[in-house]
Write a protein that binds this ligand. Sequence first.
Ligand SMILES: Nc1ncnc2c1ncn2[C@@H]1O[C@H](COP(=O)(O)OP(=O)(O)O)[C@@H](O)[C@H]1O
Ligand SMILES: C=C(OP(=O)(O)O)C(=O)O
Ligand SMILES: [K+]
Ligand SMILES: [Mg+2]
Length: 527
Amino acid sequence: MHSSHLLLEEPIRMASILEPSKPSFFPAMTKIVGTLGPKSRSVDVISGCLKAGMSVARFDFSWHDPEYHQETLENLKAAVKLTKKLCAVMLDTVGAELQVVNKSEKAISLQADATVILTPDEGQEASSELLPINFDGLSKAVKQGDTIFIGQYLFTGSETTSVWLEVSEVKGNDVVCVIKNSATLAGSLFTLHASQIRIDLPTLSDKDKEVISSWGVQNKIDFLSLSYTRHAEDVRHAREFLSKLGDLGQTQIFAKIENIEGLNHFDEILQEADGIILSRGNLGIDLPPEKVFLFQKAALYKCNMAGKPAVVTRVVDSMTDNLRPTRAEATDVANAVLDGSDAILLGAETLRGLYPVETISIVGKICAEAEKVFNQDMYFKKTVKYVGEPMTHLESIASSAVRAAIKVKASVIICFTSSGRAARLIAKYRPTMPVLSVVIPRLKTNQLRWSFSGAFEARQSLSVRGLFPMLADPRHPAESTSATNESVLKVALDHGKAAGVIKPHDRVVVCQKVGDASVVKIIELED
Ligand SMILES: Nc1ncnc2c1ncn2[C@@H]1O[C@H](COP(=O)(O)OP(=O)(O)O)[C@@H](O)[C@H]1O
Ligand SMILES: C=C(OP(=O)(O)O)C(=O)O
Ligand SMILES: [K+]
Ligand SMILES: [Mg+2]
């Protein structure tokens, strides 16, 4: 990964582009979040996804019931055991999502230039003339000329399975629309996006709360993907809700920025959230096309400087039915990495696509290539400048560890951590080599029972670019005596060697506490 570094800012020997990449243990430093569904829920396919590099599994509760998702999750657990690859669990909420209900599941054919009525009467049958929706406030929110998109996987501009409507008239609670493109809507449920319109629905719906308190608690979800986050208050509210649900006090909240309202409150949302999902599916149609890249670059910069993971969605739509991405898609994935994203989120591609495993594999390969030309030096300087002086001790330790690792061409950085904070800070400086975060469990109590911390912290690092967790044995107490430090370090080195990331004579940078002092040390391995 870190060998053969090219710089795009300098002339590249053209023939070097064709040189095949050396195989490496980790498919990429950039993480892949896969949405699991109909085409990706058997132990077999999930195992394939894990081996191809998926490290976070997303369960989208807009679709299917908790029992269905539980079955998938049980298969994920079996696949994790089988492949020995860790995977975090992300629960994706429904939130303020407008939905069209198609009870009969008969395909609905819509013709360009014809009209169709959106009605809040959910008892009605969906047809080419009438589409029942789950929200009675739409007629008050929109006006003539507004744009609405409906589909299972919102409008890409080149498909015939989602439709673009223009509001022609509001009649009582109904909204009459002109159809702009011919399309066939197939399935039992479609989402509806009214461009640049405020939808007066709560960000955490009652159904979401019910699912989080049952399915979420039962499965100790690592991440809550908070759909349609529009204000910092949405995140605070979700945090307060989680804090009352036992273990879920440790669940990280990833705010999904899906519309202009979220974009306008981006800075305050970033302060409250643990991570950000750039939900380009919705946002990509809420924004004028020529502005999408600008949002992406600005948002990723802010996330990077805040040291919070950023996830980019909707990269290879066409791979839902094809084995190869389009040229534009392939380039887009690489650019997301160069722009600084931590992870790529796959939606329809893994959920209902024909090639979930191949998609993950190709996206991982593109990410790995882009990482090789990521200008770490420039990024490092930018980050140090942004942080300013005086730095906190830990920030200074973390940045020094990365600097040292690059200078001595270390093969990995090993970071001891309990809360995960130190490892995240190292990752913030985007080292060119993987960071093994050795999570040391801590004994903790909630007044009812004693338990070990660490599992959440380890799995949560699976969303951060460059971080690869290892949970230490709870018999290694968190109190750092030099004897335990040494024995855990030996375990970590053995783990790295067995995995093939560390080889004889490699240099390794270690970040740990010795007594009261945080230290960065460089060790040179024997054989
Ligand atoms: N159990 C441990 N043993 C040795 N060093 C540790 C341990 N936990 C954290 N460190 C080191 O302590 C410093 C603070 O790290 P941080 O992740 O903030 O710790 P904490 O988990 O206590 O919040 C870092 O240098 C980190 O490598
Ligand atoms: C990922 C997105 O949303 P959803 O949860 O609807 O797939 C998106 O809008 O990009
Ligand atoms: K959703
Ligand atoms: Mg969305």
